[in-house]
Design a protein. Structure first.
Length: 102
């Protein structure tokens, strides 16, 4: 069991959630509605990557250079969909907060 899941389980008597369960909870919250289509697809793919590989991988900007992100455009085009680098980084931080507040 991951340390965060163990702490939540012991401290707050919350059931330990898997990464996939956290990702599904974020999807149910309609978190993506404030973004345009391209940004939504990127965030949904980041959520899938998180479910498969963990949070460290979605924090790395290099992730935009691999599939499926390459189908959405170049890393620069993807970042522009968020209004620039600050917007992209802010969206990733918000996504992480949504994952761990779920």
């Amino acid at each position: 069991m991951r340390p965060l899941r163990l702490v939540c389980h012991v401290a707050w008597d919350m059931p330990p959630l898997t990464r996939r369960e956290r990702a599904e909870q974020v999807r149910k919250q309609n978190y993506f509605t404030k973004y345009g289509d391209q940004a939504k697809r990127v965030l949904e793919s980041l959520l899938d990557k998180y479910a498969d590989e963990g949070v460290v991988h979605i924090e790395e900007p290099q992730i935009l250079s691999v599939a499926p992100f390459t189908t959405y455009g170049t890393p620069i085009e993807i970042i522009r969909a968020f209004g620039g680098l600050d917007g992209y980084q802010s969206a990733v931080r918000e996504l992480e907060q949504a994952l761990y507040c779920a």
